[in-house]
Ligand binder design. Sequence first.
Ligand SMILES: Nc1ncnc2c1ncn2[C@@H]1O[C@H](COP(=O)(O)OP(=O)(O)O)[C@@H](O)[C@H]1O
Ligand SMILES: [Mg+2]
Length: 209
Amino acid sequence: MKKGLFITFEGADGSGKTTQLNKIKDLLVEQGFDVVVTREPGSLDIGQKIRNILLHQEGFVSDRCEMFLFLADRSQHVDELIKPAVEQGKIVLCDRHTDSTVAYQGYGRGQDIELLKRLNKIAVDGIVPDLTLLFDVSTQTAQDRVGSEKDRMESAGAKFHSRVRNGYLELQKENPDRIKIIDANNDIDKVFEDTKNIVVKLIQESRGV
Ligand SMILES: Nc1ncnc2c1ncn2[C@@H]1O[C@H](COP(=O)(O)OP(=O)(O)O)[C@@H](O)[C@H]1O
Ligand SMILES: [Mg+2]
């Protein structure tokens, strides 16, 4: 593998992204790959501070402020961590990325979707995921899994989350080669099997197997 791979994990809170990301990490590490695990918002120092505002700020946070904070965090994350790691041949597994902004701030909050896509382009500076795994789950199941300890974004209400889910599905239709849907209503083992098959195929293709 000359260049590394960049894989993003997308879907609702409670869809099982983090669970599956960790299982994929274990599998790839076992196979000897150099793996970097990260998440948005907030990987390193600046990111942690922005993440704290985004998830735990009390009181009013304007929709545009939220949008720019997510994008500011992404810019820093790409420059500081994602780009260097991919250039060094690593496999980067990232919990949430550009599609979250379009789904949550665009479809969810009603910000201009085309504008968000353009701002995302500036934030990522040419880095596009080789693969995006979209964990699609019913809104009710996701809410049940999250439980009662919700952060600021998770507390946004059922209608909001239903718009977000539809937004993700729209994005998948627009990017069928990059974004692969996984039925995340299934049990953890079945979801992992489906996830693993897609990731293994990508790795084989990237090595020209
Ligand atoms: N397929 C699944 N079936 C049932 N419970 C699941 C499944 N995937 C994850 N969970 C549980 O749901 C909760 C949220 O999972 P998590 O991986 O943290 O989701 P996310 O990162 O998408 O918010 C955790 O308690 C996890 O153990
Ligand atoms: Mg998570």
